[in-house]
Design a protein around this ligand. Structure first.
Ligand SMILES: Nc1nc2c(c(=O)[nH]1)N[C@H]1C(S)=C(S)[C@@H](COP(=O)(O)OP(=O)(O)OC[C@H]3O[C@@H](n4cnc5c(N)ncnc54)[C@H](O)[C@@H]3O)O[C@H]1N2
Ligand code: MOO
Length: 393
């Protein structure tokens, strides 16, 4: 059985080995995608010497005689004569020949012209100060954020080469599952069909609507997986990862000729998790049926696979523990934590693998390595849930 770290790495490598599919999209549609090519600036930044203040741009000794005005957007000719200046606006192109810029509020205007002291730190930006034309600013594999879009626009781009979004589909297994109403009489509500597509969408996938649970027969499992694979790059399934009387996932994978990238991992909870590669190169993530374990498998296997498939890295952030968290022997313990106002990661109660009460308040799972205990004050990796910033506390 692979360690948890090995399982993550295997999933990332399996995704990274798939040849990329690239498309070019307008900047306005690029948010959330991944750069397929390095972002190389098409221009010097700034492209022209730029005033960073409102004031006077003059040449030679003062007082300066005012000979004109340069606004942002103008393309001024040079100042040819010593003792002259132009009124200049923030963002305006600095005329050739200018030797100093004086801020408006640090100047005085008299009958003989303009006087004032230029600051030691020049109030204009030189050509190429931020970047030189042809310079690589971001590498391929960088997630496209609004900040990246803004940078690309200022570099002269109107579209970006990005990875195609991945199509994901979820199949829910379990005849005991109800899709509406109250649980009872041996039946529970399906807590994964409504939840996992939303997590997958947050990882950037296009997710097909979920169908009602697949019947607990081998034939129904094979048919559902085969059909989903015709549409999706990644099929996730829930339940049936063990070897109970109606656990059909492994036999279905065998019938379909799948090979395992990961077949169980030394992690608690969620060890029956799996990732399989189907003939044709598509993937199936087998998430255990216990609802928290399914999400553990999602962050453990599916997240690094998706990172690999989109050319992203799969590094984990770190958090400082605010409370002691027991280890799980030679298994990695993924412990639900929330970030409290003290900035520390605190273990959450209600963390049983069949429960979602802790998960619903969590930022992710603190990673307690094999053979260790988590003690308050130590720094550990966090396997994060894909939350939005306002959801982090
Ligand atoms: N003999 C053993 N039995 C089990 C072991 C073991 O080591 N030996 N491991 C347990 C662990 S750990 C897990 S996790 C589960 C994984 O089982 P499956 O992936 O085969 O899942 P199911 O048996 O189908 O379901 C398990 C549990 O989860 C409930 N479930 C399933 N799907 C959903 C859903 N969509 N929403 C809500 N709840 C769901 C299901 O009703 C069961 O209670 O195996 C243990 N058994
Ligand atoms: O690993 Mo199971 O996921 O403990 O419930």
């Amino acid at each position: 059985m692979l360690t948890w770290a090995e399982a993550r790495a295997a999933c990332h490598a399996a995704g990274a080995a798939v040849p990329p599919v690239t498309e070019t999209v307008p900047l306005g549609l690029a948010d959330g995608r991944t750069l397929a090519e390095p972002l190389v600036t098409l221009t010097d930044l700034p492209a022209f010497p730029t005033s960073s203040v409102d004031g006077w741009a003059g040449r030679g000794a003062q007082p300066w005689r005012v000979v004109g005005r340069v606004l942002a957007g103008d393309d001024p000719g040079p100042l040819d004569e010593d003792g002259t200046c132009v009124e200049i606006a923030t963002g305006a192109s600095v005329p050739g020949g200018v030797t100093a810029i004086v801020r408006i509020e640090e100047s005085s205007t008299g009958p003989d012209g303009v006087r004032g002291e230029a600051r030691a730190m020049r109030d204009w930006r030189d050509v190429g100060e931020e970047a030189a034309r042809g310079e690589e600013l971001l590498s391929a594999g960088t997630p496209v954020t609004p900040g990246v879009i803004g940078l690309a626009a200022s570099c002269g781009y109107h579209a970006l080469a990005v990875r195609r979004p991945l199509r994901a589909e979820l199949l829910v297994f379990g005849d005991e599952l109800l899709t509406e109403g109250l649980p009872g009489a041996g039946r529970v509500r399906d807590a994964l069909g409504p939840q996992l597509p939303a997590w997958l969408a947050r990882y950037g996938c296009e997710v097909a609507p979920v169908e009602p649970p697949v019947k607990d027969t081998l034939e129904a499992h094979i048919a559902a997986i085969e059909a989903a694979l015709t549409r999706a790059d990644l099929v996730c399934t829930t339940g049936g990862t063990m070897h109970g009387p109606v656990d059909h996932l492994h036999p279905a994978l065998a019938a379909l000729g799948a090979e395992y990238v990961v077949n169980t991992a030394k992690v608690r909870p969620g060890f029956p998790m799996l990732l399989a590669r189907l003939p044709g190169g598509k993937f199936l993530g087998g998430l255990p049926g216990n609802p928290q374990s399914a999400v553990v498998a999602l962050v453990s296997l599916v997240a690094p696979l998706l990172a690999g498939l989109t050319g992203r890295r799969a590094d984990l952030p770190r958090v400082t523990l605010g409370s002691d968290i027991p280890g799980r022997g030679d298994y990695t313990h993924l412990a639900l934590v929330r970030l409290d106002a003290d900035g520390l990661a605190h273990a959450l109660p209600h963390a049983g693998s069949s429960m979602l009460r802790g998960l619903a308040r969590a930022v992710g799972f603190a990673v307690i390595p094999p053979g260790a205990h988590g003690t308050a004050g130590t720094v550990v990796e966090l396997a994060p849930l894909p939350l939005y910033p306002g959801e982090l506390a």
